[in-house]
Design a protein. Structure first.
Length: 293
């Protein structure tokens, strides 16, 4: 099969580690004349640990019916005997991404720019904000913009979240919080398990919560950072996908920290979103296994 006619499928696996997993997976694909073009694996401990794998293999052409048959056969012949949690995603099917944002635009603009350049395997279906400020900037990318204000009372917050869910119905496989300065309710988060990515302007677990740059300044830190993580019911405690840091010194003001931090935030978030869309992230408890390239 030539490169122009093939279609990539990504297979991710997690299970208890034991002999024979790699042979079973590769043998299953080889029996169907499916070529593995990329493979990564990791074991937490060869004696009683957990095993993780990410494979890319090729079909002769994008064919959903053939892929569904392969999924059914894989479940019975490989996944069930090894007790696997697994997912097989066709790369030709683009996921839809919705973005929530407030007034800060740096993380949002980075995602929209990369989307327009074709660097993210997704269609950004909409941007939703609790402020109107970024409407024109978003629409210049031909992306729909929705303004949904959020009141301070719980009832108003729930009504806003209901409106957000209504807009996203069938239009969001992934939700990205690009500096959305609202705390989501547990009920809302439950709709998107391990499918909400947040950028926190701190090197977690340090300075959890609001205004971390000011608190970092008051503490006299020499490093500031940013953390992209999955959102869970507990604030800023979800599995971490990516982090980065930059050095600061006594001459930097709070404004300097925010300015330098914004650069880290947008790149960290973009990497985390890209890895999620490319099926490079496997959640393991409150940690992640990230197969970077």
């Amino acid at each position: 099969m030539n490169k122009e006619s093939t279609a990539t499928v990504r297979l991710t696996i997690s299970c208890a580690d034991r002999p024979g997993i790699v042979a079973a997976v590769s043998g299953f694909l080889q029996e169907r004349n499916l070529n593995i073009v990329h493979s990564d694996q990791h074991s937490t401990d060869p004696e009683g640990g957990s095993f993780f794998m990410r494979n890319e293999f090729c079909l002769p052409a994008p064919d959903n019916d053939t892929l569904e048959r392969i999924r059914e056969e894989f479940e019975h012949q490989v996944a069930e005997p090894f007790g696997m949690t697994w997912h097989m995603h066709p790369a030709w099917v683009r996921r839809k991404t919705a973005i929530l944002v407030s007034k800060f635009d740096h993380a949002l603009m980075e995602l929209l720019w990369r989307f327009r350049r074709g660097e993210l395997e997704t269609d950004i279906s909409m941007v939703i904000s609790n402020h109107e400020d970024l409407g024109r900037a978003v629409e210049s990318f031909d992306v729909p913009f929705h303004h949904i204000p959020v009141g301070k009372r719980l009832r108003a917050k729930v009504m806003a979240e209901d409106a957000i869910l209504e807009h996203m119905a069938g239009q969001a496989d992934l939700l990205v919080l690009a500096r959305y300065m609202q705390i989501l309710t547990p009920e809302f988060v439950s709709h998107f398990p391990n499918r909400i990515i947040n950028i926190h302007h701190s090197f977690l677990p340090a300075f959890v919560g609001a205004d971390p740059y000011r608190r970092a300044f008051e503490r006299g830190v020499k490093l500031i950072g940013a953390t992209a993580h999955y959102v869970t019911e507990e604030l800023d405690q979800g599995p971490i996908i990516e982090q980065d840091v930059i050095r600061v010194n006594h001459n930097h003001t709070v404004c300097d920290l925010k300015r330098h931090g914004a650069d880290i935030e947008r790149h960290v978030l973009a990497r985390a979103v890209r890895w999620h869309l490319e099926d490079r992230v496997i959640v393991h408890g409150n940690k992640t296994i990230v197969f970077k390239r």
